[in-house]
Design a protein around this ligand. Sequence first.
Ligand SMILES: [Cu+2]
Length: 270
Amino acid sequence: MDFQKWLYLPELASAHGGQLDRLMFYVHLLMALLFIGWATYFVIALFKFRASANPVANPDGVQSHASSYIEVAVVVAEAILLLGFSVPLWAARVDQFPAEKDATRVRVVAQQFAWNIHYPGADGVFGKTNITLVDAQSNPLGLDRKDPAAADDFTTVNQLHLPVNKPAIIYLSSLDVIHSFGLQEMRVKQDVIPGIVTPIWFEPIVTSDDMKKRKGDDKWSYEIACAQLCGLGHYRMRGYMSIDTPEQYAAWTAEQAKAAAGGGDDDEWN
Ligand SMILES: [Cu+2]
């Protein structure tokens, strides 16, 4: 069953997202049943216990145990949703991270009102950062270029590229206040807390090009939304994400690395 369509959710583009949509569908289904049940009970009670039919109060009350059985059934249904679906899904998100060597690893540092993105470069090691080197214009991440591991690192603002069909680990942190890293189509939403590095992971399974075709819109792009009101400019804290084929991704990282090393074609000052 296509749970995403039933709930009018955004397009789905991550490996784990289908499980999340299914869980949301079951939760909505249970809530719908409870709503119908309670509404029906309310109408029955209004009619059955009306004053004209019950001139004298009945001190014995209801003798049937039906309500207890229904109550137990609701608890069992909720326990199944929680233990059978929610807990395993959450455990996979927070416990079963892919091996670092098998994943694309990126640091995302939120600030009012942008997403700073730090790639470790070819060596796969993030260069050191130092808060005293932070410069809002030239070095928002405070990357220490003297550190050998930082030599091949590159950074972008509001531009996240990830290769398709490969797990991505994102290390989230914040320069200032609480933000929230929201990727609708990936079914990812994680608060970004100052002073804490929060890792999350997901596997994108639909490239940007395929999604553009599916939407019939050439200009469409995945977006990074800030999902926590983080200040006056919150509305414009919007990044873009591109899910690339491995070839596109290799070409993009090569271009970025070249630009970071000072040899970029698009760098007019060189
Ligand atoms: Cu924000």
